[in-house]
Design a protein around this ligand. Sequence first.
Ligand code: PGA
Length: 242
Amino acid sequence: MKQQIFNDYETLSSAAADLVLETVKQNPGAVLCFATGNTPAGTYRLLAEKARAQAADFGQCFCFGLDEWLGVPPEKNGTCHQILHEQVFKPLGIQSSQVHLFDGMTTDIPAECKKMNEMIRQKGGIDLALVGIGLNGHIGFNEPGVSFALEAHAQELHDSTLASGQHYFSEPTPISRGLTLGLAQLMKARITLLLASGSGKAPIIEKALEGPVTSEVPASLLQQHERALVMMDKAAAAHLTK
Ligand code: PGA
C-alpha cells in the first residue's frame, strides 16, 4: 500500500482525477469502479473538467458501482445510480451499456450479487476502484466484522453508516441494508484508490493505515494490497505517525 498526502481537498481531488484520466488514456477499455459520497465528489467534478479540456475518450471503458442502498428507487436523489449518473456518467459521456450497477430494488439478492460477480469476472476484473472510507472504517458497505473473503453481498448497515447515509438524501429516506462489492473484489483490483479528506477521518485513517489488519477496521485490509494507493489531505493524515 502506498500513501500520498496533499495540502488540501482540491489538490487531492485533482490528483485522483488525473489518475483516473491516466488509467483510461493508457487503457481505453479500462474497467473502473466508482464510489459515491462527499469525498469523491470533488474528484468527479475535476475529472469532468479535465476530460472535457483534454478531449478524453471514455467511450470504451466499463464502469461498476461500488454499492447501493437496498429498497430505494434508483431515480431518487442519493442513490448510487443517481449520483454516479449525475457526477460521472453524464459528464463523461458514458452510455448505460458501459455501466453495471446494483439494482437496489431487487427481490432476489443472491441473483443480483451473482450477476455482479459474473459481470466483473467477464470484464476481466477491475483495473481501478475508487473508494472512500467511512468513519467506522468501512469501504462501500463492508462494515466492521465483515469477512475478507466475500464478493458482492448484502449487508446490514451500522448506525454510523445510517446516520451519515441520511445526509446524501434530499428527504428522510428509510434505509437499513445495502448491496456492496466485497473486499475480495477490491483486493483483486489492479489499483484500489482510497480517498480521505478532513479531520473527521484522521482517527480512522490512523487505525486503517497504522493499526493491525482486522475485520473490525475493514479498510485496514488494504495494507496487504500491493497496489492500493491512499490519497489523503493533511487534515485526514494528521494522526499518522509513520
Ligand atoms: P464520505 O463517505 O465520502 O461521504 O465521507 C465515505 C464512506 O462512508 O464510505
